[in-house]
Each structure stands twice: as structure tokens, then as C-alpha cells.
Design a protein around this ligand. Structure first.
Ligand SMILES: N[C@@H](CCC(=O)N[C@@H](CS)C(=O)NCC(=O)O)C(=O)O
Length: 204
């Protein structure tokens, strides 16, 4: 059985939604990032960077990084395109979300990763906020005239939904992003998403 290390409101919410959608039994292992669960010695053996998500595979091997976890779960549960070019496009979007959108937000939430002098933090956070907002607008553009980020519902959608939730958390004007907001609404209509939103207690 799969197990997922996740934390409420973290980027692990994407994999959490996918597992919840799958209908397959899995073990949710909740972490408290504020308490520092991610830095416990035992967890660092699973994820040496001390981050969530970490997926424990059926044989016990850990799989880390959303760029690996989400395509793996997508293929396992039929939430990933199979045609070569469609798959390449989906990978492009996973890469965009993981390596551009997520780090932009990390400049807001974890400025200490980017400078040792705390007097630089406000500048780092302000720039991160501007970049994060710009990238959310790009996601809005990607969703223009379509229901889902790929040709049909896929693991990309819970991942994009997670960043919408972060936009709300940062009090960005998310309502102005009409296509992305309609996507949020479609996500919230899904029972699995409702269960995860309730479990993680996020404002969506
Ligand atoms: N590149 C990683 C990023 C994982 C990551 O940064 N996770 C955050 C939560 S969204 C975390 O665990 N942070 C804990 C910390 O910074 O102490 C991925 O996409 O899986």
C-alpha cells in the first residue's frame, strides 16, 4: 500500500488529492512543519532535504519530488496523458509549476533560504510576491477556453489548485483570474478535493 507524508496546506496537497481521487487505499502520514517534524532524524532518511511530500511505494522505497511523484501517481491511476506529445506537454507543466511557481512562493514563505542578512528579507519577499503573482496570471492564461490543464483532468489540476490556495493565503486578487477561479470552482466540485480541503483545513 502507498503511504504519503504530507502537511496541511503544503505542496503535498496535490498528491494528497490524487491519492484521495484514486479510490485505492493509502496511508496518509500527517506532518506538522511548524513543529519541525520534517527535520526529525528518521524523516531525513526518507527525504534528506526535510520536505514534504514523500511517497512511500508498495515495497517501502521512498519517492520524493513532485516532478516524480505526480507523474508516477498519474500513470498508476489513469490521470496522466499517454500520447507522447501530450505527455511531454504535461511534463513541461509539472516542471513549470515545480521550478518556477513553487520557488517564487518560497521567496515569500522562506526568505531565509535566499539570504543570511534578515534586512534583505522584505525585498526578497516583495520580489517573490510579484513573481508569484505574475506566474499565477500565466496559469490563468493556460486555462483560457479549457476545463483542465491537460486535455482532460490529470494530476496537473490538483497541483495548480494548490497554488491557487497559496494565492488566497497571500491575499493576492485571485478573483481577477477568471479562468483559474473557474478551475478552482471545478476542483471544489470534486468530492475528493472537498475531503482534502476539509482535512487540511485550507481556505479555497
Ligand atoms: N521540490 C520539492 C519541494 C518540496 C517543498 O519545498 N515542500 C515544502 C512544503 S510546500 C516543505 O516541506 N517545507 C518544509 C521546510 O521548508 O521546512 C517538491 O516539489 O517536492
Amino acid at each position: 500500500m502507498l503511504a504519503l507524508y504530507y502537511a496541511p496546506g503544503a505542496c503535498s496537497m496535490a498528491a494528497h488529492i490524487v491519492l484521495e481521487e484514486s479510490g485505492e487505499p493509502y496511508e496518509p502520514r500527517r506532518m506538522d512543519l511548524a513543529k519541525g517534524d520534517q527535520r526529525a532524524e528518521a524523516y531525513l532518511k526518507i527525504h534528506p532535504l526535510g520536505r514534504v511530500p514523500a511517497l512511500i511505494l508498495d515495497g517501502g522505497e521512498p519517492l520524493i519530488e513532485n516532478t516524480a511523484i505526480l507523474p508516477y501517481l498519474g500513470k498508476r491511476f489513469g490521470l496522466w496523458p499517454t500520447e507522447a506529445l501530450a505527455e511531454a506537454r504535461a511534463l513541461s507543466r509539472v516542471g513549470f509549476l515545480a521550478t518556477n511557481v513553487h520557488p517564487a512562493h518560497a521567496h515569500i514563505s522562506r526568505p531565509e533560504r535566499y539570504a543570511t542578512d534578515a534586512s534583505h528579507f522584505p525585498d526578497i519577499q516583495a520580489q517573490g510576491r510579484t513573481t508569484f503573482h505574475t506566474l499565477l496570471k500565466q496559469i490563468d492564461g493556460m486555462l483560457a477556453g479549457r476545463e483542465w490543464l491537460s486535455d482532460r483532468y490529470s494530476v496537473l489540476d490538483p497541483y495548480a489548485f494548490t497554488f491557487y490556495v497559496w494565492g488566497i493565503r497571500r491575499e493576492l486578487p485571485m478573483g481577477e483570474l477568471k479562468h483559474y477561479t473557474a478551475h478552482r470552482d471545478r476542483m471544489l466540485a470534486r468530492p475528493a478535493v472537498q475531503r482534502v480541503v476539509a482535512d487540511e483545513q485550507v481556505k479555497a
